[in-house]
Design a protein. Structure first.
Length: 276
């Protein structure tokens, strides 16, 4: 299965040229200045290795995930994690692991990279070598300019980026940049979920799929799949399906960003036909 970002190209309207877009976003005084780089990301994670299940105390899992656990799940007398508890560890960097990082990179308004970190070439199978994946991600950000560039994603401030930083520390990988997690800011990290809520802590948090539907961006998640199914698909050997799911989420986040920041257009430029 070929992820759509490898094959789909958005038709470019001549009225939405790079020059037009530049004039809209940058005043004439800034023309000629190097333009920003946008890095759209989505992280897929899985639980710890199965052999570690017996070593993780259920009460520790309960403390990590207590908001989502029902009363029967919170049995402090249990000696082994239930399957549900074990799977929920995928969402917590203290025990979960980075399976893949989907990304689209734009430079000077053009897509220069579209692919997936965490897969072998040419088989396309996930290698689950976290250190290798994390090093590749931080290499990508080694020239990141916090005064100009952006990292963009949905819930990226509360999940993706903290997860990557924590897993880097656990794996003794030095991040190439220390990003600020300050709230109420749209740079250098643009979180579409928080921006849509206008940073209102009382506002309901809208999912990626919901926001895509609300804004009418014309993209939806892969049929029959959600984040909770990534681990099962991985175990079943459906690596292409996992990759397509992850990259579709990146595409949706990118389309949402353009609709929120440029409501009158232009649409995002076509994607590069590259596979990583």
């Amino acid at each position: 299965m070929q992820p759509s970002c490898f094959t789909h190209r958005t038709a470019c309207n001549p009225l939405n040229s790079v020059e037009t877009l530049t004039a809209r976003v940058y005043p004439p005084a800034l023309w000629g200045v190097q333009m920003l780089r946008r890095i759209f990301i989505d992280v897929e994670s899985v639980p710890p290795p199965e052999e570690r299940r017996s070593l993780i105390k259920p009460e520790i899992v309960h403390k990590l995930c207590r908001r989502g656990f029902s009363a029967p799940d919170a049995d402090d007398g249990a000696s082994v994690c239930t399957d549900e508890q074990f799977r929920r560890l995928a969402l917590h960097a203290e025990y979960g692991r980075v399976l893949a990082i989907g990304l689209i990179v734009e430079h000077d308004w053009q897509v220069v990279r579209c692919g997936m970190l965490g897969r072998e070439r040419p088989s396309g199978r996930f290698h689950l070598d976290e250190r290798r994946t994390l090093r590749a991600f931080w290499r990508l950000l080694q020239d990141f300019n916090v005064g100009r560039d952006l990292i963009i994603g949905h819930n990226v401030l509360d999940f993706d980026l903290p997860f990557l930083y924590k897993r880097s520390r656990i794996n003794r990988i030095h991040p190439s940049i220390l990003l600020s997690f300050a709230r109420y800011k749209s740079a250098p990290v643009y979180d579409t979920m928080r921006e849509w809520a206008h940073w209102n802590p009382q506002a309901p948090l809208v999912s990626l799929d919901q926001l895509s539907d609300i804004l009418g961006v014309g993209l939806s998640k892969l049929d029959g799949m959600n984040g909770g199914g990534v681990y099962d698909e991985y175990l079943a050997g459906n690596h292409d399906r996992v990759a397509a799911y992850c990259l579709r989420d990146v595409e949706i986040a990118r389309a949402i960003y353009y609709r929120m920041v440029f409501p009158e257009g232009p649409e995002p430029q076509g994607l590069a036909n590259s596979h990583e």
